[in-house]
Design a protein around this ligand. Sequence first.
Ligand code: FRU
Length: 326
Amino acid sequence: GDEAPQFKIGFSQCVSNDAWRRTMHEEMFRELSFYPGLSLEIKDAQGNNNTQIQQIRAFMEAGIDLLIVSPNESAPITPIIEEVFHSGIPVIVVDRKTTSNLYSAYVGGDNYEVGYSAGQYIRNLLKGEGKIMEMWGLRGSSPAIERHRGLTSALSGTNIAIAESINGEWEKDTAKNRLRAHLLQEQSSDFDLIFGHNDVMAIGSYEVLKDLEITNKKFVGVDALPGPYGGIQAVSDGILDATFFYPTGGDKAIEVAFKILTGEKFDKENILQTAAVDSSNVRIMKQQTDKIIDQQANITKQNERISTQMEIYRNQRTFLFGFGFT
Ligand code: FRU
């Protein structure tokens, strides 16, 4: 019929068991409702490079019209993405990058900038002096590498040292377990602040230190998700000193996909802005993001109503046609 999707988009998602990725998917589906000609299928690689490679190959063989991909780790996923691109299928890279420039468009934050902003913030917070612990995201993923680089360059020339590093791999439980083991083994906590490459790891670190009754530490994270378990709430509760917005870009990715598929002009680099959230602005941020959550819930409800109406209409038409009443 005339409502059938004309374009199939495959999204190869590196992992999806966290609120940030779920937010990305929600944004994508909401944006998709504005483009009836597009369909979206998501495959979740569950943090496994080989799974992701296989899933991208499966998409290619199934004949998708466009690939969206967030590569688990940059280097291992680059060759298959290049292969898709060379085969003539447009590729939009989101959030995590490859190591090459063979893709149609990138949508995501500037992670060097995120790390640099966090570093500048930490520099002010510690008045230029102290020791920090860096809680890393997955080492081979581009946001971890770039956030680290940004942080390092913002701290250079100060008396702030990155005294310790832990590999939290972006996961709250991994971060908590490794931090706890580390603290118990070292029997010391000679640092002033923990910088988490994301909020869930920063919040997890806070929880571990609280458990061990280690006080007077500061915590800074990244993502600033709205909602009850997000970074904004954690700043509001005084758990995090600051967090930095890292937009998921789900809606933007679909918008760019539509442009590419319909031959419109589009930008290759679509960089989403970051900003600090701390005690000075968290109230207004929370008000605004709560309002957005409300509005988005309304849009979703409206969309559901529209599809129910469409369904009823289709059934009536089938009925009328069936009896020749037309
Ligand atoms: C979610 C996440 C975010 C982080 C991003 C980096 O899976 O870990 O917390 O900002 O991925 O790719």
